[in-house]
Design a protein around this ligand. Structure first.
Ligand code: PMP
Length: 421
């Protein structure tokens, strides 16, 4: 959007207030007023089925989360310099979900901060600077993390301590995704060595959200992770997108690949909309880093965030949302594959749990314009959905984990009409 384009009403006001940094969906952005479960309501009363938003992951305005954080903010909220049992209760509940070796948790306010800190820990632990990421990755918005987020760079290339490798899809690696991806990572390590950087870390979103969603075959990350760790580099699993039960079969995305990351970063769904994020690391790595630089985060791990985060973990458990992601995700995948069988312009359907990608185009030729058309038609039919991938031609399906089978069926029906129109 061009802030000077004279847009009127609510959109014009937003552009006048936020200027060039205003990021809005749709040519005619929607003014939202409320949301509940998997549904959002606009100012004009239109209700939308939300298939895009993985922040309110256990459902918009979930009563248990709202109650927990309201009660906490009415009792105590403060900076991170005091001992507050609500915070330790939460960290212990979170650690119960994490590998035993990663027994220190640092809470932050955003995924960007978590990845920024993870990289700095990796630099300190290895004494190296090189980082490997996938070609269309996004890992956040700090200066450091923008350098390892090729999808955020509108001009130029990442700096020379960053190496990119193609995302692990068939386009790049044909039928040997594990072997091909591992070779690409090893070649990248050799290039970083040749430039004197060495490999500090492989930073990887294990569902490859902005690359276009690549989940199969399960285990394909294992050889690449092993190669990095054998050479003394760290594997940082960026769980901001796949974490917290979304991929169905496991709580974390990296578990799908049987890897043992050295650092796990997390965010988005962690507080169901309350801004919170963090990382888990080995105590020795964190101690090394803190011995030189120290780390303090005023709002990170505040008691209200801890209360919200703990409520999210309880809801996932109580409502069996991981199981729901697996079951309803499988239903959606099946339905999408059925639709794809009758539609030439759907070239591939893939994903895990409630994180699915649908490629649109003609064989071998992704079609971003058609993808935008489908997204617009679905919006007109009351479904919110976004695009991802190198060509912007992959529909990204990421509904709340509480999605019902009826809502999934409704989505499939509207999707089929949108691609057929
Ligand atoms: N990592 C991944 C994989 C992400 O998708 C994002 C946000 N889109 C981030 C990190 C950054 O998180 P935040 O916006 O909370 O800083």
């Amino acid at each position: 959007f061009d802030a000077s384009n004279g847009a009127k009403g609510a959109v014009g006001r937003r552009l006048a207030n936020l200027g060039a940094a205003s990021v809005l969906f749709y040519r005619e952005p929607i003014q939202m007023v409320s949301a509940k479960g998997a549904w959002m309501t606009a100012a004009d009363g239109t209700r939308y089925l939300d298939f895009y938003n993985n922040v309110p992951s256990v459902g918009h305005s979930h009563a248990a989360v709202v109650e927990a954080l309201s009660a906490q903010i009415a009792t105590l909220n403060t900076n991170a310099r005091y001992v507050v049992s609500v915070v330790d209760d939460y960290i212990e509940a979170l650690k119960a979900r994490l590998p035993d070796a990663l027994s220190n948790v640092v809470l932050t306010c955003s995924g960007s901060e978590a990845n920024d800190l993870a990289l700095r820990i990796a630099f300190a632990a290895t004494g190296r600077r090189g980082v490997i990421v996938t070609r269309t990755a996004y890992h956040g918005n700090t200066a450091l993390v923008t350098d390892v987020s090729p999808s955020a760079l509108k001009r130029g290339a990442p700096p020379d301590w960053v190496e990119t490798v193609p995302a692990p899809g068939r386009e790049a690696y044909r039928d040997d995704i594990a072997g091909g991806f591992s070779r690409a990572v090893r070649d990248a390590m050799a290039r970083l060595d040749a430039r004197g950087h060495g490999t500090a870390a492989l930073l990887v979103d294990s569902i490859f959200s902005s690359d276009g969603i690549f989940a199969d075959p399960a285990g394909f990350l294992h050889p690449a992770a092993k190669a990095v760790q054998t050479a003394g580099g760290l594997v940082i699993a960026d769980e901001v997108q796949p974490g917290f039960a979304r991929t169905g079969a496991a709580f974390w995305g990296f578990q799908r690949h049987g890897i043992a990351p050295d650092i796990v970063t997390m965010g988005k769904p962690m507080g169901n909309g309350f801004p919170m994020a963090g990382l888990a690391a080995r105590p020795a790595h964190l101690a090394d880093f803190c011995a030189t630089t120290g780390y303090f985060n005023t709002f990170g791990g505040n008691p209200v965030a801890a209360a919200a985060g703990h409520a999210v973990l309880r809801v996932i458990e109580r409502e069996a949302l991981q199981r729901n992601a697996l079951d309803v995700g499988a239903l959606l995948l099946d339905g999408l594959r059925g639709i794809a069988a009758g539609h030439e312009r759907i070239t591939q359907v893939r994903g895990a749990g409630l994180f699915l990608g649908v490629d649109l185009g003609d064989a071998g030729a992704p079609d971003a314009a058609f993808t935008t058309q489908v997204i617009d038609r679905m919006r007109d039919q009351g479904v919110l959905i976004g695009a991802a991938g190198r060509y912007g031609a992959t529909l990204k399906l990421r509904p709340p984990l509480c999605l019902t089978t009826e809502e999934a069926a409704r989505f499939l029906d509207i999707f089929e009409r949108a691609v057929s129109a």
